[in-house]
Design a protein around this ligand. Structure first.
Ligand SMILES: [Zn+2]
Length: 369
């Protein structure tokens, strides 16, 4: 057993006892999601680096230089998930305006020349759906996408900047299987800043190719629907930690409880295809399927532009409209992916319209919002 795996097992054991879970609970292999029972999910870290569990985030995240108030500062926070890059001075103080859709995990092993050696492993059972084995043609460099079915919903983990990929598309992998070696392929990286860029995603649309051909014909076609733009990242370390601390709790229930920060109304039509894969996004649909048609759809987003809810609505509208805006988001200056700060509540910006057009693309129709 590798050392870190041993520590993780010990920590898990301690947590179990500390929380007073019974042997019966430990043996249970199914969780209940409110939409039926599904096999219990156990997620692992994608490399041996688990320092974030030991209260040492500075060893877990690969930092970067951030320019703040004209001064360059090295910070591990720049490797975390969220609005952590590109500081801008605002009346409310410095705010980071660029969203980092995953986490940058630092290597723990290097050879004598400083080349990273860490194995990159699938965090759960799944199927390899995409391998970009060339270091060029993507900011991600060499990257792998693995598809997982969690509680009946499809999620995609993405492992980027690899030195080497060791699996093929279509291959089934088990949790902990090696899929590649950590590296620094992709734009603007060097050996010193080698890291694994890791994401856990929802796919916005299975018809992404149709959308891209029409709206962004110059984008590379080689990544197909596994283009980063079509994969909306959720906070990966939060999810793994949640799963570790509450192994029987539903991941979907956690995601469905997430706060909606901005909503937008989309004009009349059928439900978007994402609801077939993620029925839990429609909170008012309960266990039923969404209606085949609605006068409008209200899409709830995080401020980073990840859909959190999609509800049928009876409001009649002619074109896309801004719905509710969380007061904290309105007061802040961090909403570059959804809102532009203009007018009392802000306005939906072009990147929000573009995101919505991806989500509502059908094989026969690409919205021109
Ligand atoms: Zn990254």
């Amino acid at each position: 057993m590798q050392r870190s795996t041993y520590y993780r097992a010990c920590l898990l054991a301690v947590l179990w006892f500390a929380c007073g879970w019974t042997a019966e609970a430990v043996n249970a292999q199914v969780g209940t999601t409110g939409r039926g029972e599904y096999p219990q999910i156990t997620l692992e870290f994608p490399t041996d680096n688990d320092a974030v569990f030991n209260g040492q985030p500075e060893y877990f995240y690969m930092g970067l230089d951030r320019l703040i108030a004209g001064r360059r500062e090295w910070s591990w926070e720049g490797g975390t998930y969220g609005y952590v890059r590109n500081a801008r001075s605002t009346p409310a103080g410095y705010r980071f305006t660029r969203f980092h859709e995953g986490v940058d995990i630092a290597p723990v092993y290097r050879d004598g020349d400083g080349e990273p050696l860490d194995e990159v492993r699938s965090i759960d059972d799944g199927r390899v759906v995409y391998v970009n084995s060339s270091p060029n043609g993507s900011d991600y460099g060499r990257y792998i996408v693995v598809e997982h079915i969690w509680e009946g919903s499809t999620f995609y983990t993405l492992y980027a900047h690899l030195a080497e990929t060791t699996v093929r598309e279509g291959e089934r992998v088990l949790r902990g299987d090696r899929i590649g070696i950590l590296g620094y392929s992709g734009d603007g990286l060097d050996r010193a800043r080698a890291h694994l860029h890791f994401e856990i995603n929802l796919m916005l649309s299975e018809y992404f190719d149709v959308w891209r051909d029409e709206r962004r014909p110059r984008w590379p076609t080689r990544h197909g629907r596994y283009h980063g733009y079509n994969l909306a990242g959720i906070s990966p370390i939060d999810l793994i930690t949640y799963n570790f601390r509450r192994p029987r709790a539903s991941i979907l229930a956690k995601l469905a409880e997430e706060e909606i920060e901005v909503t937008a109304y989309v004009p009349a039509g059928p439900p978007p295809q994402i609801l077939e894969r993620h029925p839990w996004l429609c909170r008012s649909c309960d266990a039923e399927a969404p209606p085949a048609f609605a006068w409008s759809w209200e899409v709830g987003f995080t401020r980073a532009g990840r859909p959190v809810s999609i509800e049928p609505s009876t409001i009649h509208i002619a074109s896309i409209e801004l719905g509710r805006v969380d007061p904290l988001v309105r007061a802040d200056y961090l909403h570059s992916r959804i809102l532009t700060r203009r007018g009392p509540g802000g306005t939906l910006n072009s990147s929000a319209r573009l995101l919505l057009s991806v989500i509502f693309t059908r094989p026969d129709q690409v919205p021109n919002w």
